[in-house]
Design a protein around this ligand. Structure first.
Ligand code: UP5
Ligand code: MG
Length: 196
């Protein structure tokens, strides 16, 4: 993809920070195509005949990061489909890249991102949200054991990605502790500065 044809915004933040919630708002108001890497992996996991199903299941339950070849391929396919079938050019890539090698590979081989929208939220708040969602979500990783592992992976492996982008001046940071409506107002005010 060429940056003149497509715009990619990465959406990062800890587990339960509200990435999916805020992406839905942005889709409604700005016409973005929302691609959640986690959702794409869960779909692939459930696809009959997938050679990666069992592997993805294990990684998600353990809160570790699926090898990037799989995730990048799923994202690239979804971007191509959205461009061809829905004429989409603006993409929110939610929950990716979660590791430095993924960030470098995607920006080199797919397309550089415009910036990263980062939702900053304390673990105690995220834990409460996820345990609450776990009552009805059916997600295999919304239990306290998996949640703790996801937090560890986020701190150790994913924060270095945010920090690298930050050092390049490519992070828009939003406090995610307030109500969804208040967080969204902050998002809208801050992305304006980036011409969105
Ligand atoms: N909620 C949201 N905002 C709120 C607010 N402001 N106030 C009060 N409540 C709020 O929100 C979570 C819950 O909180 C919801 O109930 C919501 O109503 C409420 P949500 O918007 O879903 O948060 P989100 O940040 O999207 O949380 P999610 O659980 O999806 O984050 P994760 O990053 O953990 O999950 P993801 O699906 O991205 O990844 C899952 C796993 O897939 C990873 O652990 C990993 O194993 C694997 N993965 C990879 O290996 N590679 C990838 O590239 C991506 C994923
Ligand atoms: Mg999500």
């Amino acid at each position: 993809f060429s940056p003149s044809d497509v715009t990619v915004i990465f959406v990062l933040g800890g587990p339960g920070a509200g990435k999916g919630t805020q992406c839905s708002n942005l889709v409604t108001d700005y016409g973005f195509k929302h691609l959640s890497a986690g959702d794409l992996l869960r779909e692939e996991q459930d696809r009959p005949g997938s050679e990666f199903g069992e592997m993805i299941k294990t990684y998600i339950k353990e809160g570790t990061i699926v090898p990037m070849e799989v995730t990048i391929q799923l994202l690239e396919n979804a971007m191509k489909t959205a461009m061809e079938k829905e004429n989409k050019k603006l993409f929110l890539i939610d929950g990716f890249p979660r590791k430095l090698d993924q960030a470098h590979a995607f920006e080199r081989s797919v397309v550089p991102s415009k910036f990263t929208l980062f939702f900053d939220c304390p673990e105690s708040v995220m834990e409460e949200r996820l345990l609450n969602r776990g009552k009805t979500s059916g997600r295999a990783d919304d239990n306290i054991e998996s949640i703790k592992k996801r937090f560890r992976t986020f701190e150790e492996t994913s924060m270095p990605v945010v920090n690298e982008f930050e050092s390049q001046g490519r992070v828009v940071k939003v406090e995610a502790i307030k109500s969804p409506e208040e967080v969204y107002q902050d998002v809208q005010a801050k992305i304006k500065d980036w011409g969105v």
